[in-house]
Design a protein around this ligand. Structure first.
Ligand code: GAL
Length: 451
């Protein structure tokens, strides 16, 4: 083919392409006749999808999400109805959203939101509200009557200036001490599951493990955010719920003597931990306990989903009270350090109607009673059926009702993303310096900047 002929053919093709494009732009879909209109409806229907952004990829959490996806994709009233609207799992790996939140921030800044994203009830959600990145969903609450069935403490944390901004799917507890009863027994220690313990008792137990079972790590620890959770629960245990809550007010005193004691305790606890903590996920650190390589681990109760869930779903299928047991972090018995995963309606959600349906579904009894027993959380709804929940969660359901409440730092309830980032920096420096005075100064500065 000569260059000239080729050029002519390309030009002709380009011209036809432009013509088609121009026609598509000027002719409204309805002007193309009845049949075509139905076709075009079909094709836009085909494009319907539900993009949900979360950080649930690991043991326990992925299994919980899979349950929701299954209902969404198979229930005719939801995504499987007409038009079909499949679930698109836009999850980003990394416990506690350690990677996901940064990815989400970029997407929101670029005005490319998913249809719904995970955000913790409380100050983390408030960040998105104040930035205008999520829209009120009062109409969903009204239509489904959610306000009457959700825990009132939760409603408070998702309401801003009279408007509701997310649907909470669960309630998690952060101040849980997990342990391996067989490892403890070998060191002559017995702890009754759920029994109150003091910090001093715990230190005595950690010492006993150290001397009697030198190959066992007394307290397993994982990457940075799990260190923050250990710090948070150590502070709560020393300050109690009232002193802890005051830290998040303008007058909060992060420089107090009790705070110094908390930080000293944190430093002491670190001496019982594994040296490779920063390279371990929360699941890795938890598994050390189940494998008998560690005695204790402080982690949220998503751990129960991971420990007891089926191996088919990437969990460990272990027996509660036999292979593992739990109690409140020593010194914090009777206090429920809580957080809640909630889902939002972002401004400019590409499939708005699907997102509205999703949020209505998440608040339903069916979704909450299917998701939570697998996820290791108790439902945000107060009318859930306790019989569907395992041994740990039955205990947690009772504790939630009886305990005083504290709002988690690590999981966005008590502090904003910016404040959390400043605490992260302070912890990072402390982990290498072990300088308590400098650590406390940095935490005082973070409070002054963010409170
Ligand atoms: C929390 C979240 C939990 C769980 C955990 C570990 O922030 O609320 O649902 O996923 O992180 O990734």
């Amino acid at each position: 083919m000569s260059k000239k002929t080729m050029h002519a053919r390309v030009s002709k093709a380009a011209f036809l392409g432009l013509l088609m494009l121009a026609l598509a732009l000027v002719l409204p879909a309805s002007g193309l006749g009845g049949k075509k209109s139905a076709d075009s409806n079909k094709s836009s229907a085909k494009k319907c999808q539900l993009q949900v952004f979360s950080w649930w990829t690991g043991g326990g959490e992925a299994a919980g999400l899979a349950k929701l996806i299954h209902i969404w994709n198979t229930n005719p009233k939801l995504g499987a109805g007409t038009p079909k609207c499949p679930f698109v799992n836009e999850t980003v790996a990394g416990g506690a959203g350690s990677n996901a939140k940064a990815v989400l921030a970029q997407r929101l800044a670029a005005h490319k939101p998913p249809d719904s994203f995970q955000g913790h009830a409380g100050k983390e959600l408030l960040d998105y509200i104040k930035a205008g990145q999520v829209v009120p969903i009062n109409f969903i609450y009204k239509a489904a009557g959610f306000k009457k069935v959700m825990a009132p403490q939760l409603i408070e944390q998702i309401t801003y200036k009279g408007n509701l901004y997310s649907v909470p799917v669960n309630i998690h507890r952060a101040n849980v001490l997990w342990y391996n009863p067989k490892v403890l027994a070998a060191a002559g220690i017995t702890i009754k599951a759920g029994a109150a313990m003091t910090y001093d008792q715990w230190i005595a137990d950690l010492n006993a493990i150290k001397t009697k079972e030198p190959s066992v790590t007394p307290l397993s620890l994982g990457e940075e955010w799990t260190q923050k959770q250990l710090l948070e629960t150590t502070i709560l245990s020393k300050l109690g719920p009232t002193g802890y809550a005051s830290l998040f007010t303008k007058a909060g005193d992060w420089g107090s003597a009790d705070m110094t004691t908390s930080l000293d305790r944190f430093k002491t606890l670190l001496t019982y931990t594994n040296s490779d903590a920063s390279s371990l996920t929360w699941q890795d650190a938890g598994k050390l306990v189940l494998d008998g390589n560690a005695a204790f681990n402080v982690m949220g109760d998503w751990q129960d989903g991971y420990f007891s869930g089926t191996t088919k779903m990437g969990n460990l299928a272990k027996k509660p009270l036999v292979d593992y047991a739990w109690t409140a972090v020593p010194g914090s018995s009777g206090v429920f350090d809580w957080l809640s995963d909630s889902f939002t309606l972002p401004k400019g959600a590409p499939h708005h109607d699907a997102a509205v349906k999703w949020l209505g579904f998440l608040g339903s009894l069916k979704a909450q009673d299917t998701f939570n027993p697998v996820k290791g959380s108790i439902p945000a709804r107060q009318d859930a059926n306790p019989k569907l929940y395992g041994t740990y969660l039955k205990w947690s359901l009772k504790q939630w009702k009886a305990d005083k409440l504290a709002c988690s730092i690590t999981h966005g309830c008590a502090v904003s993303n910016a404040w959390n980032a400043d605490i992260d920096t302070a912890i990072g420096q402390f982990m290498s310096s072990k300088d308590v005075a400098a650590f406390q100064k940095a935490l005082v500065a973070a409070h002054a900047k963010n409170a």
